[in-house]
Design a protein around this ligand. Structure first.
Ligand code: GLY
Length: 380
């Protein structure tokens, strides 16, 4: 039976491990602190439409394909893992404040309509009717019914339980590198020098995927995000609110009864984990501008983690340039959303040796490197 070692026990690594185990593969996940990286910080938005960027149509299609899988994925995780994942289907409202914000909102709406995406432009009155806690200074909104959210931390707990129930073994050790033997990935190196041997290796270490010994050069960089969690927000918002606040972006995502996530900064600062006064100030200032009652909530957590960024903001899926090593990384702003489709794509690739058509635009060979990608069995 094919043995697969997955480096990384975040949402992506666990989704791959779980789906691969369901296909009959023998799967081991290696991570010294599973779920404490980007998965721990994620606001949990499942938001292909409001995250869609100009020129990112291929990524949008992948995101929409994953969103379509979310209801069944959430139900499967809940059934197998026994943990409610907090899927919230109330939709997302985008609001703006000044003339520039409203021009940006209209441009976004035109772009969404051009792509055939569901989004309704709302008057200021209709915007506030939808979310009565919004400031009366909001100048208008865009309602995106399809963009949803999930509780990322509960999801991680559920996936871990589901993966274990499917036979996935978790080794709580740091991944020190990929073991290469005879020109192919043959397992994972542990800090003790021990090798966890495998027929195929999956790299799902998020922002830490690049620069690991044994791994070919990868175009993945850390993109820092500072994010806040607040308590006391029961019934404050129906769904996610995203705002353009005089040119800056902020999002407010309700979850778990009375909790609210406010995020997030986007900073190119390497692996700097500092929560800065400026970062927290900016997020709270903008969030309170949008929903004044946020000022009354309890600030219960501030943290910074790193999105795994790539040059085109899309993930790296499948072949890596090293036979036997498959990629499931580079999910940047869409890791939670893309977990279902990534699990399915990698499970297909590992069990059948073929990358599904859906993943073709996301192989690493779209970026120039010295290492042409190959399949995990090394047969091409
Ligand atoms: N998906 C939201 C973020 O990366 O901040």
């Amino acid at each position: 039976m094919t043995a697969v070692a997955v480096a990384g026990g975040g949402l992506i690594g666990l989704s791959v491990a779980w789906r691969a185990a369901q296909r009959g593969l023998t799967v081991t996940v290696v991570d010294d602190a599973p779920g404490t990286g980007a998965s721990h910080a994620a606001a949990g938005m499942l938001a292909p439409v409001t995250e869609a960027g100009y020129g990112e149509e291929a990524l949008l299609q992948l995101c929409l394909a994953s969103l379509e899988r979310w209801p069944a994925f959430a139900a499967d995780v809940e059934a197998a893992g026994g943990v409610p994942v907090g899927l919230r289907t109330a939709g997302t409202l985008v609001v703006g404040f000044d003339d520039d914000d409203m021009r940006a909102l209209d441009a976004l709406h035109a772009f969404q309509r051009e792509l055939g995406l569901a989004a309704d432009r709302l008057t200021p009155r209709a915007t506030r009717r939808r979310e009565p806690s919004l400031t009366p200074r909001v100048r208008g909104g865009l309602l995106v019914p399809g963009d949803q959210s999930v509780d990322g931390r509960s999801l991680h707990a559920g996936l871990l339980a589901a993966a274990r129930a499917a036979g996935v073994r978790l080794v709580e050790r740091r991944v020190a590198g990929v073991h290469v033997e005879g020109g192919r990935a043959a397992g994972l190196l542990l800090p003790s020098g021990e090798v966890l041997a495998a027929d195929a290796v999956v790299l799902a270490l998020g922002a830490h995927s690049a620069g690991l010994p044994g791994v070919p050069p990868l175009p993945v960089r850390p993109v820092k995000g500072q994010i806040l969690r607040l308590a006391g927000a029961a019934d404050l918002l129906r769904g996610t609110v995203r705002a353009l606040v005089r040119g800056r972006q902020v999002y407010l995502v309700p979850y778990a009864g009375d909790r609210l996530v406010v995020g997030a900064t986007v900073e190119d600062r390497g692996f700097d984990a500092t929560v800065t006064a400026g970062g927290v100030h900016e997020l709270l200032h903008d969030a309170i501008d949008v929903v004044p009652e946020v000022g009354e909530l309890e600030l219960v957590e501030t943290l910074a983690r790193w999105r795994p960024g790539t040059a085109d903001n899309a993930p790296l899926l499948g072949p890596s340039g090293l036979p036997g090593l498959a990629l499931a990384t580079g999910h940047h702003r869409n890791g939670v959303l893309l977990a279902p489709v990534t699990g399915e794509i990698l499970a297909d690739y590992l069990s059948r040796g073929q990358l599904p058509e859906l993943a073709a635009p996301f192989t690493a060979d779209r970026f120039p490197t010295d290492h042409p990608p190959t399949d995990p069995s090394g047969s091409r």
